[in-house]
Design a protein around this ligand. Structure first.
Ligand code: MTE
Length: 327
């Protein structure tokens, strides 16, 4: 994985930045709602908000899911969309924001196949209507040691999996992402064996936290964040959250993933965030929250939480497994 010095985000036109104040205000209200201050009276307000969001181009309406509100401060829109890993558009942190404009996100299809009773090629606009879109605030922890807190928009991946009806033999789900050299300048560099492939165990893919993601910060996914659709798996290192997916295949055998193929000793199939298991070349005990300040030499660091803070929800998936062996 790239280890170059962190850079600041690129210049993003002011017109593209969701007014932070609006978001902050909304979040305060969500918190109050989570604390039971407003109760049902809030529903019409959220409905209006959702409608208002569809009015302008690029906006994506959703309902906040109050189960996934965090006490953490949100990472700024500028950092979320300006400091990225998307090697198909370059290995520098600011490369994706600069280069991803060449990605064509319509028409876009996703093939759902393999060990399923109902294989199907879906148009992305059909997937957008699978279930009501939810906004969920998740932590994302990159294997490189930085993290962000992002308001994603999506639906549980389980909604799609249930429609596909996996057969009894299906044990894993493989995600293949777009690899088109005409659209993706980074493919000329063989940092990885393209296309980018990731995988989950079927029960991980079905877990209610696993989000099929179409947007963030009230907007459709910016291209550098994996438009038009990606997954977000918040208890695993960020590289499991594959961007710009074109195929979802159900398999009996564990999929061979790109990062595992590139460096099997460094990137295991599971890749659960685990402060007790160091990467062979660096510690995973702490992380730097992007936007926390400090400088490149002495960034403030916070303790990394087991399963990135989602242990209560996901630890049972790994009961009885030696997570040092299955890293
Ligand atoms: N998906 C593809 N197709 N290509 C990539 O290079 N990078 C991964 C993941 N998904 C990557 C990808 C890594 S290492 C991380 S940390 C996250 O995307 C970053 O997501 P973000 O840029 O939206 O924060």
């Amino acid at each position: 994985m790239n280890r170059q010095r962190d850079e600041l985000g690129p210049a993003i036109p002011a017109s593209e930045i969701t007014p932070r104040a609006v978001f902050e205000q909304r979040r305060t209200i969500i918190r109050a709602a989570a604390a039971g201050v407003f109760g049902a009276a809030l529903a019409p307000w959220f409905a209006r908000q959702a409608f208002a969001q569809t009015a302008a181009g690029g906006k994506l309406a959703s309902r906040p899911n109050l189960q996934f509100v965090l006490p953490d401060k949100l990472t700024s829109y500028k950092d979320v969309t300006g400091y990225n890993n998307f090697y198909e558009f370059g290995t520098g942190k600011t490369d994706p924001a600069r280069n991803a404009h060449t990605l064509l996100t319509r028409p876009w299809t996703v093939s759902v196949d393999g060990l399923v009773k109902r294989p199907k090629v879906y148009d992305v606009d059909e997937l957008l209507k699978l279930a009501p879109l939810e906004e969920r605030i998740y932590r994302l922890r990159c294997v490189e040691g930085w993290s962000m807190v992002i308001p994603w928009i999506g639906v549980p991946l389980a909604e799609l999996i249930r429609r596909a009806e996996p057969t009894g033999n299906a044990k894993y789900v493989e995600f293949t992402t777009l690899a088109d050299p005409k659209q993706m300048p980074g493919l000329s560099v063989k940092v990885l064996d393209w296309p980018y492939v990731e995988g989950l165990r079927l029960d991980e893919a079905m877990h209610p936290l696993t989000l099929l993601t179409f947007g963030l910060y009230g907007e459709v996914l910016p291209k550098q964040n994996g438009a038009p659709l990606r997954i977000v798996v918040p208890w695993k290192y960020g590289f499991k959250s594959a961007k710009s997916i074109v195929r979802i295949r159900f398999t009996e055998r564990e999929p061979e993933t790109s990062w595992h193929r590139a460096a099997p000793d460094e990137y295991g199939f599971y890749s659960n965030v685990n402060p007790a298991v160091d990467h062979p070349r660096w510690s995973q005990a702490t992380e730097r929250r992007i936007g926390d300040g400090g400088n490149a030499l002495f960034p403030p660091r916070r303790k990394t939480l087991p399963f990135n803070g989602y242990a209560e929800q996901v630890a049972p998936l790994y009961a009885g497994m030696d997570l040092r062996k299955f890293f």
